[in-house]
Design a protein. Structure first.
Length: 182
């Protein structure tokens, strides 16, 4: 059995429709530190992060405390919105989030499958710093839900999975957000 912790990045300094790769704001840095406080008790962990700044900056406090590096993993990056302007991303994402996985483009369905493969390849306890839609994709995958949006993970929240007998199983959903998708 392998435990996987998916951590939603801390609050970003800019939103999904205004900056393609923002870092964390002050609250986001505080959320990252709190996530590190909760994760440090789980002992040695492999650390992986989305290539985006806000995820890497969320991983940094835990990496510093464990005195280890963070692997960059493109399969846990933000939902792909290739070719869309920043302004078009918001309405597009709203439509995606209201739908079902089988209604999505092959690109998005492949993104979900690739991310699941990434998690299933983990051989030891792993903390993965990722994004709102990515966490939804894995909760849906693990629970067999057809819906794209199955949870509202808060910034800095930790969703726990286990790999048992080659299957990804949801153990605990992270704290829900009361704000908009970011």
């Amino acid at each position: 059995m392998t435990t996987i912790y998916l951590i939603r990045h801390g609050q970003a300094a800019a939103g999904f429709t205004s900056d393609p790769d923002p870092g964390l704001d002050q609250l986001g840095r505080s959320q990252a530190a709190k996530a590190a406080d909760r994760l440090i008790q789980h002992g040695p962990l492999t650390l992986l992060s989305s290539p985006l700044k806000r995820a890497q900056e969320t991983a940094a406090p835990l990496a510093a405390r464990l005195a280890q590096s963070v692997g960059i993993e493109s399969r846990v990056a933000e939902v792909p919105s290739t070719g869309l302007s920043l302004e078009a991303r918001g309405p597009w994402l709203q439509k995606v989030m209201q739908g079902r996985w089988l209604e999505q483009s092959e690109t998005l369905q492949q993104w979900q499958r690739d991310m699941a493969t990434c998690l299933l390849e983990c051989q030891e306890p792993t903390a993965i710093f990722t994004h709102f839609v990515a966490i939804n994709a894995m909760v849906a995958f693990a629970t067999g839900s057809p819906d794209v949006m199955v949870c509202r993970p808060n910034n800095g929240s930790i969703t726990v999975f286990e790999i048992l007998d080659g299957e990804l199983r949801l153990i605990e959903r992270g704290e829900d957000a009361s704000t908009h998708v970011n």
